[in-house]
Design a protein. Structure first.
Length: 251
């Protein structure tokens, strides 16, 4: 039997990159997957690819910056699929084209980055922890970033949000430990996603050369870490931050 047969996994930000790799990884291991993203066309394509593994797939086009949308989406998952075993909080991004030095940053940009990279994780998790607590089982895996550890230049808001994810993970793990619900975070380093592919070639090479393994992480590397943390093999691992960054070390 596959590791996640009969279990339900929810992945946010599932249309592209790491989220897509998560969706396919969990589906390949037998999970029924509920996938959320605001990019409906790309989400549908991910859903079609996940269905090839034979399990149930639900695609919900949703803007998870809206709290009512979060509540309604998770209510639909509960009604149509049943209790959630694993939540992967993958949603998040930097300011990207709206980047500026922090001293000149616009209020709305800061709010957007904090909302999408921290608040969505908190509010999505809130929708599933009650059920997990009642059942005495569950896995929560949140994607942070090694920017949370080293404070990457140009990512003040993003680093703050992703550091918040780590604090949230540790505190929630303590609360949920007695109920056999594990809560962990993954910190990817530079990863081969759409955002990474759009940066100038020189910046891409600098990022690659900052990694001791001299290669960029692939989305599947992050998905494999999440699959482990959600599995029975990781039953005694909680409140932890797993660095998946090719050996980049920060002091």
């Amino acid at each position: 039997m596959k590791e996640f047969s009969g279990k339900i996994a929810v992945i946010t930000g599932a249309a592209h990159g790491i989220g897509r790799a998560m969706a396919l990884g969990f589906a390949a291991e037998g999970a029924d997957v509920a996938l959320l993203d605001r990019d409906g066309a790309a989400l549908a394509a991910t859903g079609d690819a996940a269905r090839a593994f034979g399990g149930r797939v639900m695609c919900i086009e949703a803007d998870l910056l809206d709290h009512k949308t979060i509540v309604d989406s998770f209510a639909r998952i509960a009604a149509d699929f049943g209790p959630v075993h694993t939540l992967v909080n993958n949603l998040g991004q930097t300011a990207r084209e709206n980047y500026s030095d922090f001293a000149e940053a616009k209020h709305e940009v800061l709010e957007f980055v904090l909302d999408i990279s921290l608040h969505a994780t908190v509010h999505c998790t809130r929708q599933v922890v009650g059920g997990m607590k009642a059942r005495g089982a569950g896995r929560i895996v949140s994607i942070s970033s090694d920017s949370a550890m080293n404070g990457d230049l140009g990512c003040v808001d993003y680093a703050a949000a992703k550091a918040g994810v780590l604090g949230f993970t540790r505190a929630l793990a303590r609360e949920m430990g007695p109920h056999k619900v594990t809560v962990n975070a993954i910190c990817p380093g530079p990863t081969n996603t759409r955002a990474m592919q759009l940066i100038p070639k020189e910046a891409f090479e600098r990022a690659k050369n900052s990694v001791p393994m001299l290669e960029i992480c692939e989305p599947e590397d992050i998905a494999n870490a999440a699959l482990f943390l959600a599995s029975g093999k990781a039953r005694y691992i909680t409140g932890q931050t797993l660095m998946v960054n090719g050996g980049r070390v920060f002091y």
